[in-house]
Design a protein. Structure first.
Length: 338
């Protein structure tokens, strides 16, 4: 028993050291926005991240690590539009004095058809909206660190041209898909901005948020749509369990066109390891599959890895709980022995 307690305390100590060392003055809520900020900040600022790469910001539950990260920050870059429903509480509980900047300022947000005063948060999926994001981020960095204004402005101009070129690329690729095949079916409704900008019809199993319940009528509707319109492919997403979409594919005989990224970038080895690469990868996967080309391989997660994500999260939370319980028990014993 003593060995177990010592092990838990050691793990807790290591965890505390890691938390203490992780300190950023500027942080972003999700990996997409952190990547945008890094392109502009260059080597002048280190950019921190709340929701880890591969995590689902819709379902994120703040951890002690998040509270520590936010408490030390001086600038927080957030999407808004109901994307980070957990952020206000996290900021309040952390006691931070950081300034929070809304980086979707200027975006023509899509209103929710289901909820009053609610909007689709996935505005970054339209590359032309990405230009609003990076301008707001650049302005925030210049205000925070005016001494390096010229540096941020220069990086911004280079990055702006890259995103403008990406927008043109996406348009041309989607236009190459036969008009009758321009229907994109995904796990959740994260591609409305993409569809509106690049002329694709959109359908999904889940709504805008991944915590919504699946409706039987939605599944039946998709099955009917696929069969009646000879849809060539449907697409899974990197942060969402693909089980239901795979079942729809099996029931209708349609192919899994590939894996798309929406709410998070992929890891460093992924074809979606940056904002620009993410939209380019998504476009290439969609174009190839809807043109009826051979099935695109899943690039980052295997289906089993995605299906096991829930179990992995539960294991992680269990380890964290053990760490803190072990720490409390250790302190309790120490107090009793004094």
């Amino acid at each position: 028993m003593q060995k177990i307690i010592s092990l838990l305390f050691s793990l807790l100590l290591i965890n505390s050291i890691v938390l203490a060392e992780e300190s950023y003055k500027v942080i972003a809520t999700a990996s997409i926005f952190a990547d945008m900020a890094k392109n502009i900040a260059g080597d002048k600022l280190d950019i921190g991240l709340i929701v880890p790469v591969g995590g689902d910001p819709h379902l994120h539950e703040p951890t002690p690590r998040d509270a520590q990260l936010v408490s030390k920050a001086e600038l927080i870059l957030m999407n808004g539009l109901t994307f980070e429903g957990w952020l206000n509480k996290l900021v309040k509980n952390s006691g931070t004095n950081a300034k929070t900047v809304l980086i979707t300022k200027g975006v023509n947000a899509i209103k929710s058809l289901d909820y009053n005063n609610s909007f689709d948060p996935h505005a970054w999926m339209d590359a032309s909206n990405g230009l609003f994001y990076i301008k707001n981020i650049k302005d925030a960095l210049v205000e925070y660190d005016p001494a390096n204004k010229d540096y941020y402005e220069k990086n911004y101009e280079v990055y702006k041209k890259e995103i403008e070129a990406l927008d043109i690329y996406i348009k041309k690729q989607i236009e190459s898909i036969p008009a009758k095949s321009r229907t994109l079916i995904t796990s959740h409704d994260a591609f409305q901005y993409y569809g509106r900008r690049y002329n694709l019809a959109l359908e999904s199993v889940l709504g805008i948020s991944t915590d919504e319940d699946v409706q039987t009528s939605s599944v039946s509707k998709l099955n009917k749509l696929i069969k009646e319109n000879n849809i060539p492919a449907v697409f899974i997403e990197s942060t969402i369990n693909p089980k239901l979409l795979k079942q729809i594919a099996s029931d209708t005989g349609v192919k899994i066109g590939g894996e798309l990224f929406a709410d998070s970038l992929g890891d460093e080895d992924s074809p979606a390891n940056s904002y620009v690469n993410m939209l380019r990868h998504n476009t290439d996967v969609i174009t190839n599959a809807l043109k009826g080309n051979s099935q695109v391989a899943i690039d980052h997660h295997t289906a089993n890895e995605v299906e096991q994500s829930s179990s992995s999260n539960m294991l992680m939370y269990g380890i964290i709980a053990c760490l803190f319980l072990g720490g409390f028990f250790f302190v309790f014993r120490k107090l009793n022995n004094t």
